[in-house]
Design a protein around this ligand. Structure first.
Ligand code: MLT
Length: 404
């Protein structure tokens, strides 16, 4: 008799963004006249930059000619893309990362979810609270956690690192030593950043305790301040304790195209085994490579024209973040994030729960955001807005907030 992986049954409810989509759909069906502004899921709205579109067209033409047609992509990624990433994302920032330490994929969400497969089920994970749900849920599915405690809203056998206003929304070194430490900075959902010296402390801690840091740098393109590292490899010693995830989604508008990569330095080991080889084995077995045309589009992101156009796009979203921050502050809200990140983290007014505020905002202002508690109990009484809307909608949303 076939049996299910009953670890899945430990997961309460549906995935956060699926629940939100369902609620918004129900509301829209009941109120077809409502002009909804969506600042919930971090999905980009600006069209792809011209340089990317031109490159995609060219690559499609190549695929249509026998002499330039390409079949399966190399499973770890095309050299043209791995080389340019090594040079521009890492070399130019003084990080020692070579092209063959970069694994191209169809996005950081899959990599963040899949990476736990190469580690023993005996490993104990540590996550920030609030946290991007993928890190926790993928470990639950694998059976690395205990049961869900509905009262505490936490899984057993997970070390939670509270990121609250009192600690500047930054995790503190825990009492118990975790084996795997998930860090995401600039942070989703709070928009907080870790300064270089703070990240260095985590790197030193991981090296001392033989832990591995799983560093999600999907939002690095939004950093504006000087002493905030774009990559964990800017910290000394990170090559022996850290894996980094990057995404083209928020950097270059690839949420619908799909492209990302994971960096695993060759000397990184767990239990005397090189992780680079394990991840390469996994890729070879379970993945057939991101499409050629998408990898060419990724390469175009690093061209002079591509970089210029993408800088403009990021500046546009940063401008949105600034509008939200200023507008909401003027309206009396307590807000943070938004300076080095596309997310604005606001305290719900009148001590409303995050979901109460979600309903209130949807019904009274027709604005969709993300309830902080959806990211963990540490997010209760908070609410996340994204800067990825159009400027027009962002300005309109701020006006609606003011009238609430
Ligand atoms: C978010 O809204 O948290 C992100 O868009 C989710 C993701 O990148 O998968």
């Amino acid at each position: 008799m076939a049996k299910v992986n009953d670890n899945y049954l430990k997961l309460p409810g549906s995935y956060l963004f699926s629940t939100i989509a369902r609620k918004v759909r129900e509301y829209t069906e009941a109120h077809p006249e409502a002009r909804i502004i969506r600042l919930g899921i971090g999905d980009v709205t600006q069209p792809l930059a011209e340089e990317i579109v031109d490159t995609l067209h060219k690559a499609v033409d190549e695929m249509g000619r026998a002499e330039t047609f390409r079949g399966y992509a190399p499973d770890l990624g095309y050299d043209f893309l791995r080389n340019v990433i090594a040079k521009k994302d890492y070399g130019e920032r003084g990080c020692d990362i070579s092209a063959d330490e970069i694994f191209i994929s169809d996005g950081a969400k899959c990599d963040c979810g899949n990476i736990q497969e190469i580690f023993s089920l005996e490993n104990r994970i540590a996550v920030c609270d609030p946290v991007y749900p993928v890190y926790v849920d993928s470990n639950v599915m694998a059976g690395r956690t205990g049961a869900y405690d509905p009262e505490k809203e936490r899984f057993g056998n997970v070390i939670y690192l509270p990121c609250l206003e009192a600690n500047g929304f930054l995790p503190e070194i825990p009492e118990e030593v975790p084996d795997l430490i998930y860090l995401c900075f600039p942070n989703n959902p709070t928009g907080a950043v870790m300064k270089r010296s703070a990240l260095q402390e985590w790197v030193d801690y991981a090296n001392k305790n033989h832990s591995v840091i799983l560093f999600d740098a999907a939002y690095e393109a939004y950093i504006t301040e000087e002493d905030v590292p774009h990559s964990i490899y800017e910290c000394e010693g990170a090559r022996t304790c850290a894996i980094e995830f990057r995404s083209f989604s928020k950097t270059a508008g690839f949420t619908g195209l799909r492209l990302g990569f994971t960096v695993i330095p060759k000397e990184l080991e767990a239990d005397g085994v090189k992780l680079h080889g394990l991840w390469a084995r996994r890729h070879g077995t379970k993945y057939n490579g991101a499409p050629y045309i998408v990898q060419r589009a990724g390469e175009a992101v690093y061209s002079d024209r591509g970089r210029e156009q993408i800088r403009e796009q990021i500046a546009y979203y940063r401008g949105n973040a600034e509008c939200i921050l200023k507008g909401l502050r003027a309206a009396g809200y307590s807000v943070s994030g938004g300076v080095n990140a596309p997310y604005i983290w606001l305290k719900t007014p009148d001590h409303m729960t995050s979901w109460e505020f979600f309903d209130h905002l949807l019904e009274k202002a027709n604005i969709v955001g993300t309830p902080g508690s959806g990211f963990g109990p540490g997010g209760e009484h908070y609410f996340r807005l994204t800067a990825f809307g159009s400027r027009e909608n962002t300005l309109e949303a701020v006006e609606r907030f003011k009238k609430l």
